[in-house]
Ligand binder design. Structure first.
Ligand SMILES: [Zn+2]
Length: 352
C-alpha cells in the first residue's frame, strides 16, 4: 500500500510538470485530488484495512495529499505569473490611440420643446417665472376662480398630498401651471401695491392629474403658460401676440383661428387652432379631417383673478394662454401615444 501511494505521488507530479494553463491545471486537480482520484480511493478504503495498518496508511496518504496540494498551489502561481508576463510582452499599450468617447446624454424631448416655446416667448418679451409643483387648493383653484365644488374642477382630478384636517384647502400636486399667475402677480404687486408694475411672464413646468393612463392622457405632463398684465391690454393684444407666436413656432405662413371656449380664470376665453401642418388644411387623420389643430387655450384674465393677484381690475387688464409641449410634439412628429414620453424607452428618446 505504501508503494502504491508513492507511485500515485510520482505519477501525479510527473503529469503536473508540463502543465502551462489554468484549464489543464483544473483538470489535473480533479484527476489527482478529486473525489474519484486514486488517492481519495485510498482514504475511502481505509476502513477495509486492519487496525494496525490503518493509522500508518492514513498518515502516509495524508502526507501525499498535503504534498500534492502544495505543488498545485505553487504551479497555479507560476502559471498565472507566466500568463501575465506573456500578455505584458505581447499586448502593447499604445498611449497615443484616441480614448473611448464619452457617451453624451441629451435633453428629454419635452424639455427641448419646452425650451423652444420659452425661446420664442423670450424673444417676445416674456420672462420665465417658475413656481412650486406642490400647491394648496387655494392657489391651484380658489384664487383662480374655481370655488370648492365648482364643476370645472371635474376636468382636473387631483393628486392630494395632505387633505386631513385642512378642510377646503388641502395640499395637492398642481394640476396646471396657473397657480404661478397668482404667485407672480402678488410678488410683482408687492413691489408697489398702489401702482403695480406690468407683467409679461412665461410659466413652464410639470403638472399632475389623477388620470386613467391611456395613449391620450398621462398623470404628469408639462405645460407652458403665458401671462401679460398691464393697463389697456385688450383682446386684440391677445390675438396679435398669439398669432405672432404661432408664426414663429410653425412658420410665417401659419394660419390660426380662435374659437370661443370656457375657462374659469379667463373671460372671455378662446382656444386657438393652427392650420394643420401635416395636410396644409385639406383634412387628414392627424387633424381628424378638420384641417385645424388645437394648440392652446387662452383668454382675458378674469377680474376676480386680477383682484386676487393684487391688481385692480378697474385699472388693469391682461391675457393668459397655456399649451402642452407633449401635445405639440405628438402633432409635430405624429406620435400616437403620450406614454412614450415617460416610458423611458431609449429607442424613443434617441430620436430627438
Ligand atoms: Zn391635417
Amino acid at each position: 500500500m505504501i508503494d502504491k501511494l508513492s507511485e500515485i505521488e510520482t505519477t501525479a507530479l510527473e503529469s503536473l510538470a508540463p502543465i502551462k494553463d489554468e484549464a489543464a491545471l483544473e483538470a489535473w486537480r480533479i484527476a489527482n485530488l478529486g473525489r474519484n482520484s486514486a488517492l481519495m480511493t485510498v482514504f475511502s478504503d481505509l476502513g477495509k484495512l486492519s487496525k494496525e495498518e490503518r493509522p500508518l496508511i492514513g498518515q502516509a496518504a495524508n502526507r501525499v495529499k498535503v504534498a500534492l496540494e502544495a505543488r498545485l498551489t505553487e504551479k497555479m502561481e507560476s502559471v498565472k505569473r507566466s500568463a501575465l508576463e506573456h500578455s505584458l510582452s505581447t499586448e502593447n499599450l499604445d498611449v497615443t490611440l484616441p480614448g473611448r468617447s464619452v457617451r453624451r446624454g441629451r435633453l428629454h424631448p419635452s424639455t427641448q420643446q419646452l425650451r423652444r416655446v420659452l425661446a420664442i416667448l423670450g424673444e417676445m418679451g416674456f420672462q420665465v417665472y417658475t413656481s412650486r409643483e406642490v400647491e394648496t387648493d387655494e392657489f391651484n383653484f380658489q384664487l383662480l376662480n374655481f370655488p370648492p365644488h365648482h364643476p370645472a374642477r371635474e376636468m382636473q382630478d387631483s393628486l392630494y398630498v395632505d387633505a386631513a384636517g385642512r378642510g377646503d384647502n388641502p395640499i395637492l400636486l398642481r394640476t396646471h401651471t396657473s397657480p404661478g399667475q397668482i404667485h407672480a402677480m402678488r410678488e410683482y404687486a408687492a413691489w408697489n401695491p398702489k401702482e403695480p408694475p406690468p407683467i409679461r411672464i412665461a410659466l413652464p413646468g410639470m403638472c399632475y392629474r389623477h388620470e386613467q393612463i391611456t395613449s391620450r392622457s398621462e398623470v404628469q405632463f408639462n405645460q407652458v403658460e403665458g401671462l401679460a398684465v398691464g393697463k389697456g391690454i385688450t383682446f386684440a393684444n391677445l390675438k396679435g401676440t398669439l398669432t405672432d407666436f404661432a408664426r414663429r413656432m410653425f412658420g410665417q405662413a401659419a394660419r390660426v383661428r380662435f374659437r370661443a371656449s370656457y375657462f374659469p380664470f379667463t373671460e372671455p376665453s378662446a382656444e386657438m387652432d393652427v392650420e394643420c401642418f401635416v395636410c396644409g388644411g385639406k383634412g387628414c387623420s392627424v387633424c381628424k379631417g378638420s384641417g385645424w389643430l388645437e394648440i392652446l387655450g387662452s383668454g382675458m384674465v378674469h377680474p376676480v383673478v386680477l383682484e386676487n393677484g393684487g391688481y385692480n381690475p378697474r385699472r388693469y387688464t391682461g391675457f393668459a394662454f397655456g399649451m402642452g409641449p407633449e401635445r405639440q410634439l405628438m402633432l409635430r412628429y405624429r406620435i400616437d401615444d403620450i406614454r412614450y414620453f415617460l416610458g423611458n424607452d431609449i429607442r424613443f428618446l434617441e430620436q430627438f
